[in-house]
Design a protein around this ligand. Structure first.
Ligand code: IPM
Ligand code: MG
Length: 350
């Protein structure tokens, strides 16, 4: 059981360190090795996804990532930006299925900007396609045409790409409340007409799952109007990027949300849903819980260790119940702690 650890940039190294301590405490004999990704890799090698990292990530059964990016690298040419490292590793490892849960912990109900009754008990899973769509479509670029600059990208999906992410979503819905909402823009975009057609063709294989469809603009509205109508949502790379940020903020605490990106054999890259938060990097105040919960997803999806996954999730619930909070989820009457103290508390609860 080999895990490649990619601390990345910003708060990445701090939060990853706490997640590694949790992995070590489980006594499951993981072999762990660290490598560089993102800005850290650019600084060391001029490549956001260097060869050594590629080799280690390919060999490993799972990858744990902190976060990548920061203002320091924003002005570099596109091929050298940290985000390229993230897109590169997703594509290289074939991680087409991105699972982004948005769960509201009862203790954190006040953190949401929505009324508590609108979000109480919220438990949504967004299944985002991660290796296709306009993110990777060719041709793309900025050129001069007819004497002015012209920017262009290409949105496309093959039916097999849609089918394989559709299956992941139907299977996920089957293990939950058996409702799947597929999100598209079929009233305007042909690519997503195909998306809807393929989802409809798959549905008879999953008669126990209720399939519905929603246009992406309406889905964005429904997520803030009545988010509890959703169980599992499935959508393409671009819409999934946007809707998953929106869904995460319903919980008010993006610092709590893990994510998994899986290939066809449950090899996975696990990372918190939040970014590298350069504004608080190095201060020891970042919330490590999303990364620790990403470890739980890793135990569940890649290693099939459901009991260990539940142990980690219960330890997190316990520290919340004890009233411990990092700054991002702090409210009067709770105890403010730093990154390492939060890690210590999770270890103690384990
Ligand atoms: C995400 C991020 C990435 C994406 C960026 C950093 C390339 O926003 O994981 O959602 O757009 O996929
Ligand atoms: Mg995003």
């Amino acid at each position: 059981m080999k895990i490649c650890i990619l601390p990345g940039d910003g708060i990445g190294p701090e939060i990853t360190a706490e997640a590694v301590r949790v992995l070590e405490a489980l006594d499951l004999k993981f072999e762990m090795e660290e490598a560089l990704l993102g800005g850290a890799a650019v600084d060391a090698t001029a490549d956001p996804y260097p060869e050594a990292t590629r080799k280690l990530a390919r060999e490993a059964d799972a990858v744990l990532l902190g976060a990548v990016g920061g203002p320091k690298w924003d002005t570099l040419p596109r091929e050298q930006r940290p985000e390229r490292g993230l897109l590169g590793i997703r594509k290289d490892l074939g991680l087409f299925a991105n699972l982004r849960p948005a769960v509201l912990y009862p203790e954190l109900a006040n953190a949401s900007s929505l009324k508590p009754e609108v979000v109480a008990g919220l438990d949504i899973l967004i299944v985002r396609e991660l290796t296709g769509d306009i993110y990777f479509g060719q041709p793309r670029g900025i050129e001069v045409r007819d004497g002015e600059r012209f920017g262009f990208n290409t949105m496309h999906y093959t039916e097999s790409e849609i089918r394989r992410i559709g299956r992941v979503a139907f299977e996920a819905a089957r293990k939950r409340n058996k409702r799947l909402c597929s999100v598209d823009k079929m009233n305007v975009l042909e690519t997503t007409q195909l998306w809807r057609d393929v989802m409809i063709e798959l549905a008879p294989e999953y008669p126990d799952v209720e399939l519905s469809h929603m246009l992406v603009d309406n889905a964005a509205m429904q997520l803030v109007r009545a988010p509890k109508q959703f169980d599992v949502m499935v959508t393409g790379n671009m819409f999934g990027d946007i809707l998953s940020d929106e869904a995460s903020m319903l919980t008010g605490s993006i610092g709590m949300l893990p994510s998994a990106s899986l290939d066809a054999n449950n090899k996975g890259l696990y990372e918190p849903s939040h970014g590298s938060a350069p504004d608080i990097a190095g201060q020891g105040i970042a919330n490590p819980l999303a990364t620790i919960l990403s470890v739980a997803m890793m135990l569940r999806y890649t290693f099939g260790q459901e009991n260990a996954a539940l142990r980690v999730e219960n330890a997190v619930k316990k520290v919340l119940a004890q009233g411990l909070r990092t700054g991002d989820i702090f409210e009067p009457g709770t105890t403010k702690v730093g990154t390492k103290q939060m890690g210590d508390a999770v270890l103690a609860a384990l």
